[in-house]
Design a protein around this ligand. Structure first.
Ligand SMILES: [Zn+2]
Length: 221
């Protein structure tokens, strides 16, 4: 298998990604109401619906899984998520937000009752704990648990382990712009630091983020 091609789909606030290889995996789906944007991106990239093998969710926040219900109906492909964040997908609710700053606390209070209006029930078809090999789904990459932002957060590591799609493990300082930094919401700071160490130990230096453009870090500095 070759190196998968990563296509970022900016959906207003959050990103979805296409991982294109022999098959295509959709990583995250943005807020509710964005399935059309993702389907359009498939079309633009010449991907047939039948080429999509999975929807992978990095964690249980609505701005990352909000459109999964609509997409599941359109594509009928398995949905994968790390076990700890599974209940949020099933219930259509947010994994708890633990703000680190006053601004983050304010944003949390505004959005605290956020819930996805589910028009039909959904099950996760693939639930994993530590690691999920995506080769079986036609994409040369591995998903690994990278808890911290939420306890069930996960990242997708590309072959050669220089690049990863990391959800909200890292964010930009001013949401869509600015330097990479720790997210303003951390459920477990220690686990987050461990996850960062794990990725740096693997040699990851390019991070595809949940919000904004990817960032490159040089761990040797
Ligand atoms: Zn998040």
């Amino acid at each position: 298998m070759s190196e998968p091609k990563v296509v970022r789909i900016p959906l207003r606030a959050a990103n979805s990604y296409l991982l294109i290889d022999q098959k295509t995996i959709i990583v995250d789906t943005g807020d509710p109401g964005f399935s059309r944007g993702i389907l359009k991106a498939l079309q633009v990239n010449g991907i047939k619906k039948s080429d999509v093998s999975m929807i992978f969710l990095t964690h249980g926040h609505i701005d990352h899984f909000g459109s999964v219900y609509e997409l599941k109906r359109q594509l009928d492909v398995p949905i994968a998520i790390q076990r700890i964040d599974l209940p949020y997908l099933l219930n259509g609710t947010q994994a708890p937000l633990y703000p680190l700053t006053a601004m983050a606390a304010l944003i949390k209070s505004i959005g605290k009752d956020m819930q996805v209006k589910k028009r039909y029930d959904i099950e996760a078809d693939i639930v994993f704990d530590e690691e999920l090999d995506l080769k079986e789904y036609g994409v040369n990459a591995v998903a690994i648990a990278t808890p911290g932002h939420t306890l069930g957060s996960a990242s997708v590591v590309l072959p050669g382990a220089a690049e990863a799609i990391v959800g909200d493990l890292l964010v930009r300082k001013n949401f869509l712009f600015g330097k990479a930094c720790t997210p303003p919401y951390l459920h477990d700071a220690e686990k987050h630091a461990e996850s960062m160490r794990k990725l740096s130990g693997m040699g990851i230096n390019k991070f595809y983020l949940g919000h904004g453009k990817p960032v490159e870090l040089n761990w040797m500095i």
